[in-house]
Design a protein around this ligand. Structure first.
Ligand SMILES: [Fe+2]
Length: 319
């Protein structure tokens, strides 16, 4: 069947030459999921109501111009999904639903549907360990400069945000910073951001119905415009991405444990195979969650508090 004739397609403006850009270059596409009933207020409120504690994060950052300061971690207690949406609309928080596909299989079906479409269209693209995160965020919220470990896309469903995508090379991300990211040891200060980086960024205004897929580990940051934003990220792995993960993992060990420098990022040849062996020796378990992360919760979402955020005595939880 000719793809362009399909009426149920998710990506609505696909061109054959995009296959050669996919994963190699930031690619902005249009999609049909902005009108999906899965993202109506009713559906999102019901999803929040069903989400267990380990299935969400709620964050707060002080509003400052430019790159925001470190974010705080919060909790949602005694509020309905509807209440939470109202706080997001009027406050200064963002809610990440980190496993909606586990909470409601309809979201898993959507996730598989969109990857199936890319696999049909991009020869050789075979993805696994797919993950969906839904982001519901307040007007003018911004997300700090960072990189992610798996292959990554951002899909805009409601509202408008600006996305800055930077090259996945030095000085925007150093090789040691990438290794620490992969080893799960990256601290906020390991990923420095300078305002002049923006001169080298690709800047996209993401309206509802737009999505961007960018090259592996590309640093990025996000700034919402003045309205409630509903977006989601999709993450995936491929054999090719996994090779890069393995070589950077091994390089991170060689650098941190043996003080080695000038480490090649090649994913072929003898040195690559030796590194795969090394990764095995240090109990390299690719793609498995590294270790439990500990979060310190110090606010609760409160419709009556300024910005929707009420300070509470801090406590930790891990997942
Ligand atoms: Fe990200």
């Amino acid at each position: 069947m000719n793809m362009t004739m399909r009426s149920d397609q998710i990506i609505t403006d696909w061109q054959p030459h995009y296959a050669s850009l996919f994963g190699n270059h930031a690619l902005a596409l249009s999609h049909s999921l902005a009108s999906s009933p899965l993202f109506s207020d009713d559906a999102l409120a019901a999803l929040i109501d069903k989400t267990p504690r380990e299935g969400y994060h709620v964050n707060y950052s002080q509003k400052t111009p430019g790159n925001p300061p470190k974010r705080r971690e919060g909790e949602i207690k005694g509020l309905s999904g509807r209440d939470v949406l109202d706080v997001v609309r009027n406050g200064n928080i963002w809610v990440n639903l980190t496993s909606p596909a586990q909470t409601d299989p309809a979201y898993g079906k959507m996730l598989d549907g969109l990857y199936d479409e890319f696999e049909e269209r991009v020869p050789g693209f075979k993805s696994y360990k797919r993950n969906l995160t839904i982001l519901i965020s307040s007007p003018n919220v911004s997300v700090k400069y960072h990189s992610d470990v798996p292959g990554q896309s951002l899909w805009q469903v409601r509202g408008t945000k600006k996305l800055y995508v930077y090259p996945n090379t030095q000085p925007f991300i150093s090789q040691p910073a990438l290794e620490k990211l992969i080893l799960g040891q990256l601290r906020e200060t390991d990923m420095p951001y300078e305002s002049w980086y923006d001169d080298y960024a690709q800047v996209y205004t993401l309206d509802a119905g737009k999505m961007i897929h960018w090259p592996l580990n590309g640093p990025h940051r996000v700034v919402n415009e003045g309205m409630l934003n509903v977006s989601f990220t999709t993450e995936h792995w491929t054999n090719e991405l996994r090779k890069h993960y393995a070589v950077n993992y091994a390089n991170g060990i060689l650098r941190s444990k043996l003080g080695m420098q000038n480490l090649s990022q090649q994913v072929t040849g003898a040195s690559y195979l030796a590194k795969l062996g090394l990764a095995g020796l240090v109990k390299f378990t690719p793609l498995n969650p590294q270790k439990q992360k500990v979060y310190t919760v110090d606010f609760t979402v409160d419709p009556l508090a300024a910005e929707g955020v009420r300070d509470i005595e801090g406590y930790t939880f891990s997942k």
